[in-house]
Design a protein around this ligand. Structure first.
Ligand code: NZQ
Ligand code: ZN
Length: 391
């Protein structure tokens, strides 16, 4: 295990009806004027936004609103939010929605207190200062409710980049699984896929002797494999949704990623797809991950075989562990298909003729140095080969 620092100061409130205390939590973290940020309307239709506003009013906390965050959130609305916060002297940003809304809120919170262009942060500058952020989560997926990261699509070129910094960890996050009961089976499956992807990105490591975090990751993956079919069958299953919601947070607040090198190439490969074709991030990952695994298992067959045995229940082939590794990848593919995820480019509306461009942007765009990935270092040619496996 490597040395590490783990700082996760978010105050998590988990359970039914907790969003009705939003005003109390906002007050607890020192807000006097709040920006309520939300997406395309699901929180209006469900009545959640009205409940949150009533809670702030009851506490006598002033607020302004900015809706309209799109999935794969855009830079344009971030600039609008920054201007609004400065004009209204906002000192707290409350995101009500999914990962896209939370990420847009994080970018606004960082941009308000930064004199330069907020996009600097998405080109590698670490975020050390931001307005405090609160979240009321409505979909279990991105893990942004506990992470120090934000992902934004730059509309000038339509490419996606991430920014990071401890200042982006939310001050509080309300996790009420009942708020996710309005999601479709497809949206829930996309979320589960993203949660599993966050675990795979950490599992594929070059660091030795990481048994505790290996076992945590395997445990969370097994829980997702157990809960997914239950919740796809009955999207009202509160207990299954509750387990998925906490797994989504655990998978990405890095409690199971500490002390080990991580990969993240699959996320970079996927971000090109969701930036260009506007597919759901989780759906993109369902297509990317089996291809990335097939291409990269040669780098550590035993680790792939270990995953296959411990998580997918495959029989270990000691003479040819490659067979076990392959069986694990096949089991993952079958699982993703069983929960309604796409399996190839066609399922994402992606086109073969864009492969070169995506591989190039992933490796060289916006100051990148030509390779991505911590487990296996991948060049543009490697990415072309991986994208081709998805055709
Ligand atoms: O916009 P509204 O109307 O709210 O509808 C949303 C959106 O259309 C809908 N939705 C959310 N909660 C709902 C609901 N519909 C009905 N009932 C509910 N309870 O779901 C759609 C997708 O929402 P979105 O916020 O885009 O989903 P998700 O949480 O999967 O976020 C995806 C974004 O997160 C980024 C991704 O790249 C993508 O842009 N990521 C952020 C990370 C982070 N900050 O740490 C890490 C992740 O790896 C990921 O890259
Ligand atoms: Zn993700």
């Amino acid at each position: 295990m490597e040395n590490f620092v783990f700082y996760s100061p978010t105050y998590f409130v988990f359970g039914k009806d907790e969003e009705s205390k939003a005003g109390k939590y906002v007050r607890r973290f020192g807000a006097s004027k709040v920006l309520i940020h939300y997406g395309g309307g699901s929180v209006v239709r469900s009545g959640l936004l009205a409940r949150v506003k009533a809670s702030l009013e009851n506490e006598g906390i002033e607020f302004v609103e900015l809706g309209g965050v799109k999935p794969n959130p855009r830079s344009g609305l971030v600039y609008t939010g920054i201007d609004l916060c400065r004009k209204e002297k906002v000192d707290f940003v409350l995101a009500v929605g999914g990962g896209s809304t939370i990420d847009s809120a994080k970018a606004i919170a960082a941009g308000v207190v930064y004199e330069g262009d907020f996009w600097d942060y998405f080109q590698g500058k670490v975020i050390t200062k931001a307005l405090p952020i609160g979240t009321i989560l409505t979909i279990s997926a991105a893990g942004s409710e506990g992470s120090p990261d934000a992902v934004i699509t730059n509309e000038n070129g339509m490419y996606k980049r991430g920014a990071t910094g401890e200042a982006l960890r939310p001050a509080f996050s309300v996790l009420n699984p009942a708020l996710t009961q309005t999601l479709s089976p497809y949206q829930i499956a996309c979320g589960i896929t993203d949660i599993m992807a966050h675990l795979f990105e950490r599992y594929f490591t070059t660091t030795q002797e990481v048994e505790v975090t290996d076992r945590m990751i395997e445990g969370l993956l097994l829980a997702m494999i157990h809960e997914a079919p239950r919740v796809i069958k009955d999207t009202n299953n509160y207990q299954a949704l509750a387990n998925i919601m906490w797994a989504g947070m655990m998978a990405h607040n890095n409690s199971c990623g500490v002390g080990r090198a991580q990969d993240w190439a699959s996320h970079d490969i996927e971000h090109e797809l969701s930036a260009i074709y506007d597919c759901a991030h989780g759906a993109g990952l369902a297509v990317v991950f089996p291809a990335w695994m097939t291409y990269n298992m040669k780098h550590d067959i035993n680790r792939f075989a270990q995953l296959a045995v411990r998580v997918w229940g495959c029989q270990m082939d000691f003479a040819q562990p490659e067979n076990t590794a392959k069986a694990g990848i096949a089991a993952l593919k079958q699982f993703l298909q069983s929960i309604g995820m796409p399996t190839d480019f066609a399922g994402l509306g992606a086109k073969e003729e864009d492969i070169e461009k995506m591989a190039h942007t992933a490796c060289y765009g916006d100051g990148r140095k030509g390779t991505i990935g911590g487990f296996a270092s991948l060049s543009k040619n490697d990415l072309v080969a991986i994208y081709r496996l998805m055709l």
